[in-house]
Ligand binder design. Structure first.
Ligand code: BTN
Length: 242
């Protein structure tokens, strides 16, 4: 497996995308760094990670044969690979907060940023960025964030963790190729944070409403049962308060 290890970079996603333009890369090529100077999070946020303590990686998946409208399956595959890996470390109370935050007992320990390059309505290359808090213990100003070391009370070897994660990711891509989407959707929903529980959501105009998460649509929207109807929401359209 091709593993590229720049000691510092702005963002492993950017690094991998740039490399892709200049070089022929293998499928599942991985970029892993000790330090990101401008790590990117979902919706234009910044992903801050202490130098040398965590996993900040990007993985290239070439021609995943996924049509654009079904791109959410990638979030499902990656989320499940992380959860499966963390189960191997006995991380307690794992859940996936839609669309793809990995929580342990309500605390975020991992985030995913997938950037797709599209050709003829299909994903040509997918750059799968994963941030996983491993040995960092202080998260200034962030109360709902944690790490494996804080949760498990022990130092975790980042290389071993990376190999296990890559194994699981390849396993889930194979499962998808052989068994299709449905089995993965079901497994994803079994980990979905606050599924079937009344929850409070906030709309972009600050209005609050109560609803019950029932699942995720084929296009990756969150299905919420409200008083009179079930509606589907995009990530930009609401925030789950917890
Ligand atoms: C989020 O939860 O907001 C997504 C965070 C994704 C962070 C990872 S770290 C490695 C890769 N490179 C980036 O710049 N971002 C992703």
């Amino acid at each position: 497996m091709q593993i590229i290890k720049p000691n510092v970079t702005d963002s492993t996603n950017n690094y991998l995308k740039q490399l892709l333009m200049d070089t022929a890369l293998e499928d599942f090529c991985v970029v892993v760094t000790n330090q990101q100077t401008k790590g990117k999070g979902q919706m234009g946020t910044e992903w801050v990670s202490e130098k040398g303590k965590n996993l900040t990686i990007s993985i290239l998946k070439k021609q995943p044969s996924i049509i654009l409208s079904r791109q959410f399956i990638l979030s499902i595959l990656v989320s499940l690979s992380i959860v499966k890996t963390l189960e191997g470390y006995n991380v307690p109370k794992l859940a996936i907060k839609w669309p793809n935050d990995i929580l342990s007992d309500h605390h975020k320990i991992s985030g995913i940023l997938i950037e797709n390059l599209i050709k003829s309505n299909k994903i040509d290359f997918s750059v799968i960025g994963i941030g996983l808090n491993v040995n960092q213990e202080l998260f200034e100003g962030l109360s709902k964030v944690s790490s494996l070391k804080s949760i498990l009370g022990m130092h975790v070897d980042r290389d071993q963790l990376l190999y296990k994660l890559l194994e699981n990711l390849q396993m889930y891509f194979k499962l998808y190729a052989t068994k299709g989407e449905e089995i993965l959707n079901t497994e994803y929903e079994s980990y979905l944070f606050r599924k079937d529980k009344p929850s409070t959501f906030e709309l972009p105009n600050s209005t609050l409403f109560t609803g019950i998460i029932r699942g995720v649509s084929e296009t990756g929207k969150l299905r919420i049962q409200m008083e009179h109807e079930t509606k589907e929401f995009d990530l930009k359209e609401l925030k789950l308060l917890y």
